[in-house]
Design a protein around this ligand. Structure first.
Ligand SMILES: Cc1ncc(COP(=O)(O)O)c(C=O)c1O
Length: 438
């Protein structure tokens, strides 16, 4: 059930009624808003005029806030000059130089529109550079790309030939021997390891990342850091700067252009140049899209990054998140829920963890919690803090935590949980059939 029938009309003509599965109605409980009309700062407004504190922030892409004036001014100025030309534009040079200056591992950079594009490009480049076929991904990372090389390795692999799917293998975070085993099983045939260097799921232990870098170097495997979430959030120069480890290639997207569509593939010149014109090796058809250098998107990225270099944006995300996590975990503990509902991860990117008595993810408990947050005007399918979230939003959020957690306590004390929410519970995106988990 959704609050506005407009979203039902959308679903009749757009598969899943949205353009990324994370926005689908199966990801939100009643009474989640249907269609969003506009956003301003840390707030969004639905078609019925309801206001919500937004923690989704355009799938974490809006890091400064909706309609941020500094970014919009640059975008509007660029729009007056044009959006796409016959030869590269000056803004491509300006942004490329900014990125090379900012990101430690970036000797060259190439722009695209989606994170999926640049992770797929990184994989192709790694295969071309090494002449090998296998790609190893971190089994705990949820997502890198909507292209076949990755989706083939998920439960939603319909439409992807087994021959492609079997080329993607999985290792486990903090378990270097799981990677060593794959290296031993496929000697000289692993092109790349791709992973999020840090995430809200783990903290690296026992010098894991250093061992991983050493192993990939020793085996001639291209190490790709997917920084599409960590970039421009954990650290302005990427998580690679925070951990002091340099990948061969790295990808950025969400967060670099305040919601405008820009992603970036960066890395070592020797590898990146294979997509260039200055070598006599076989040409790698790297990223070559009509819209790859859309000028006002790049203007948004340049403005966002320059603003972040000037203002304490990253610091703000860490501080706000720390206060939020402390408040949540304190209230949860006061209700005796500290084994069922906790806020975990790095403060700049906290994650709500809802567990059942069996210590597995409880989508029902999550549904109850989220529905109570929505009742109080907060949309928090995940937590993306922006520079526009402030004392007021924090105050509203903490008050809402108290009510939502109290209701979760009551629901747990009065089973079954299903009588405490309306309609369907939230479902995992990664399910083979729509009816699974239902
Ligand atoms: C870690 C990570 N990598 C890659 C992607 C793909 O990015 P996009 O949705 O822009 O294609 C995502 C998107 O959620 C992501 O979280």
């Amino acid at each position: 059930m959704i609050s506005s029938n407009s979203s039902e009309r959308l679903e009749l003509i757009v598969p899943a009624g949205c353009h990324t599965y994370s926005k689908g109605r199966d990801q939100f409980p009643f009474p989640a808003p249907g269609l969003i009309e506009r956003g301003q700062g840390a707030y969004i407004y639905d078609v019925d005029g309801n206001r919500y504190v937004d923690y989704g922030m355009g799938l974490r892409s809006v890091t400064l806030g909706h309609c941020h004036p500094y970014v919009l001014k640059s975008v509007k100025a660029q729009l007056d000059k044009g959006s796409n030309f016959t030869r590269p534009s000056t803004i491509e040079l300006d942004l490329a130089e900014e990125i090379i200056d900012l990101i430690p591992a970036a000797e060259m950079v190439k722009f695209a529109k989606n994170g999926s594009d640049v992770t797929a490009a990184a994989v192709r480049l790694a295969r071309a550079y090494t002449g090998r076929k296998y790609i190893v991904v971190c089994g705990e990372d949820p997502f890198y790309s909507f292209y076949d090389w990755f989706i083939g390795s998920t439960p939603c692999n319909s439409g992807i030939p087994q021959e492609i799917a079997q080329l993607t293998l999985k290792f486990h975070y903090n378990n270097i021997s799981s990677l060593q085993t794959l290296v031993d099983q496929h000697p000289g045939d692993i092109a790349a390891v791709i992973m999020e260097p840090l995430s809200d799921r783990f903290q690296p232990e026992d010098d894991f990342l250093r061992h991983l870098r050493a192993l990939t170097e020793k085996e001639g495997i291209v190490l790709i850091f997917d920084e599409i979430i960590t970039g421009f959030r954990y650290d302005l120069r990427g998580a690679q700067n925070l951990i002091g480890i340099s990948p061969d290639l790295c990808t950025f997207g969400k967060g670099c252009a305040n919601g405008f569509s820009v992603s970036m593939l960066c890395g070592r010149r020797e590898i990146m140049e294979l997509g260039g014109l200055c070598h006599d090796k076989p040409r790698v058809f790297l990223l070559s899209g009509t819209h790859g250098a859309e000028a006002h998107g790049l203007a948004a990225a340049l403005a966002t990054i320059r603003f972040m270099r000037r203002e304490p944006v990253i610091e703000h995300m860490w501080t706000y998140g720390r206060l939020m996590m402390e408040a949540f975990n304190k209230i949860s503990s006061e209700y005796g829920l500290d084994r069922r509902l906790t806020m975990v991860g790095y403060p700049c990117s906290p994650r709500l963890k809802a567990l059942g008595v069996d210590a597995r993810v409880s989508y029902e408990l999550l549904t109850i919690f989220q529905s109570r947050m929505i009742n109080q005007g907060i949309l928090s399918p995940w937590i993306a803090i922006s520079y526009s979230h402030d004392d007021e939003t924090l105050d509203i959020t903490i008050k809402a935590f108290k009510i939502a957690l109290e209701e979760c306590r009551k629901a747990i004390d009065n089973p079954p949980l299903s009588q405490h929410y309306i309609g369907e519970p939230i479902k995992p995106v990664w399910r083979k059939f729509n009816a699974d988990f239902g």
